[in-house]
Design a protein around this ligand. Structure first.
Ligand code: 5GP
Length: 200
């Protein structure tokens, strides 16, 4: 072996419908492991209750497209009419320095990552059932009824697509936070070991 000093970090991509609990899982993973998570840029305006979920760099469309033209995004997507993108830096610097990086993005973004970084670990988070997802979306008290319905329809489409796709390495169920975080931590450890044996 002996190659561990030159080993790049693990790129973990958490995907799943809005309201499935990705932000809470990410925070727990960051608390339990050395993984760094990135701040995405978005054209979506700030919403009440945003502080409770994922943190964003809220920017204008002009600024988003300037950064896109300047090739500053690792991946990006349009979700519910707004743009979201992962900045290349500091994510790529962390990976090069051997540190693990966690991205919390949508399916379209995950597929771009799969294409550009085939060694990335793609994990799709499912709710225990559709009713639980609807309850979680409603209890966020952040979106209008119309937005909730839109996100719920999109979630169903995303879950269908993910189940039929071979792009994801693992599908996990967010039944209880403790259990799912445990499962993802084990998956990450397994992937690191496999990576070492494969010489990545
Ligand atoms: P929300 O506005 O509810 O925070 O996020 C809406 C959707 O955009 C979620 O599915 C979330 O995972 C996704 N998203 C957040 N940041 C990014 C990003 O940087 N890239 C992509 N592709 N999707 C993102």
């Amino acid at each position: 072996m002996g190659a561990s000093s030159s080993k790049t970090g693990l790129l973990i991509v958490l995907v799943g419908p809005a309201g499935v609990g990705k932000s809470t899982i990410s925070r727990q993973l960051a608390a339990r492991t050395d993984v760094s998570y990135t701040v995405s840029a978005t054209t979506r305006p700030k919403l009440p209750g945003d502080e409770l979920g994922k943190t964003y760099d809220h920017i204008s469309r002009e600024e988003f497209f300037r950064r896109l033209d300047a090739d500053e995004f690792l991946e990006y997507a349009q979700v519910y009419g707004e743009y979201y993108g992962t900045p290349k830096h500091p994510a790529l610097d962390h990976l090069a320095a051997g540190r693990d990086v966690l991205l919390e993005i949508d399916v379209q973004g995950a597929l771009q990552v799969r294409f550009q970084y085939p060694q990335a670990l793609l994990v799709f988070v499912l709710p225990p059932d559709e009713q639980t997802l609807l309850q979680r979306l409603t209890s966020r008290a952040r979106d209008s009824a119309e937005d909730i319905a839109k996100r719920f329809r999109a979630a169903r489409r995303e879950m269908q697509m993910a189940k039929g796709s071979r792009a994801f390495d693992y599908m996990v169920i967010n039944d209880t936070l403790e259990r799912v975080v445990d499962e993802i931590t084990k998956i990450m450890a397994h992937k690191r070991n496999v990576g070492i044996y494969n010489g990545h």
